[in-house]
Ligand binder design. Structure first.
Ligand code: TXA
Ligand code: MG
Length: 317
């Protein structure tokens, strides 16, 4: 039995003895363990059902701790830290040799992030070490944006869930790879490629989804997926698709107004990317829990890049 609590001291005690604590961040809830304890980190992979070669992000209290985890950090990285930390940005750097490779999935790089959530920051300060934490969901499933989502999904597999309310941002951090000369974005997020390019004074490309090596699990074509078949429908072809599906019970997620129909259960989402991202994963969970035939999601503007990315993965078959 896992439980939800506000008790930071209990969380520190559990982490110090090698246990797992789910923590709120501004993006999604994370499943945290002491990043310097390989046995504790291995429990994360077991609890999530995640392959051992998928690297974890180490959460730290501030940019001064980067040097404990990474080497050869380029000086422009500090522009990103100054501009976006604490915040929804993860950087990939070369791993310091003393860091156990279990955290980095055997790679010689390491993901680092300072989360912008008062509970996470207070915990990191009290714990005084790095916390390895992937999103607190079963592998391939939807990331949790409330403590209750974590409890539903990982009850019995996590020692404590820290209550931090509903995550403000709602989708996972932007990941920027700084480990080689070719700086690039491995996972789009609410800190846009344009904002990162502006701060760095150079064009930073977003790596295409199908691209080669770095094992970003969020880069698998299918990820963040509900159990109900889900599909993305362009607004222009929606009425045609609805006519084809008129004998099915549908749940629909839409940021646009949709005419009512007896076979459609509508979840209305906000028509702007900040609020849409904030609500998306809770809406997907709600849609899935209805147990209907199919989830239809009305496609969003291409400029909502990070949201488009998550919708494509959630609907990939
Ligand atoms: O917003 C977030 O980033 C949330 C919160 C909890 O911080 N965390 C999160 O973790 O989304 P996770 O493990 O679900 O996704 C992190 C991604 C994974 O796809 C992982 O493969 C990638 O970051 N990653 C971590 N370290 C990496 C590395 N050294 N090289 C390439 N990718 C890495
Ligand atoms: Mg994840």
């Amino acid at each position: 039995m896992s439980h939800i609590s506000n008790n930071l001291n209990e969380a520190v005690a559990i982490l110090s003895s090698g246990g797992l604590v789910a923590i709120p961040t501004e993006t999604v809830y994370g499943l945290a363990a002491d990043a310097s304890n390989p046995l504790a980190v291995k429990k994360i992979f077991a609890a999530k059902g995640r392959p051992a070669d998928h690297p974890l992000i180490v959460h730290i209290a501030d940019a001064e701790q980067v040097a404990q985890w990474a080497i050869n950090v380029p000086s422009i990285a500090y522009r990103l830290f100054n501009a976006f930390w604490p915040g929804p940005l993860t950087v990939i750097c070369q791993k310091a040799p003393q860091v156990n490779p279990v955290v980095s999935g055997g790679q010689n790089t390491i993901g680092l992030r300072v989360p912008d959530h008062p509970v996470a920051l207070a915990l990191l300060k009290a714990f005084a070490g790095g916390l390895a934490a992937p999103s607190a969901n079963r592998f391939g499933k939807i990331s949790p944006t409330t403590a209750e989502h974590v409890l539903n999904e990982l009850d019995g597999k996590v020692d404590l869930i820290l209550q931090g309310g509903r995550c403000e941002v709602g989708i996972e951090s932007t990941i920027v790879d700084l480990s080689s000369a070719q700086i690039r974005i491995l996972r789009p997020g609410m800190i846009s490629a344009a904002a990162i390019s502006r701060v760095l004074g150079q064009e930073v490309p977003v790596v295409a989804k199908t691209a080669e090596t770095p094992r970003v699990s969020g880069s698998l074509a299918s990820h963040y997926a509900p159990n109900t078949p889900a599909e993305l429908v362009p607004a222009e072809t929606l009425s045609k698709r609805l006519a084809e599906l008129n004998d099915q019970k549908l749940v629909m997620l839409s940021h646009l107004p949709i005419p009512q129909a007896s076979n459609i259960s509508l979840i209305q989402l906000p028509n702007n990317p900040l609020d849409y991202a904030h609500e998306l994963y809770a809406a997907l969970r709600e849609a899935d829990s209805k147990g209907l035939d199919r989830i239809l999601i009305v496609d969003v503007p291409a400029e909502w890049q990070a949201i488009v990315d998550r919708l494509q993965r959630a609907t990939h078959r």
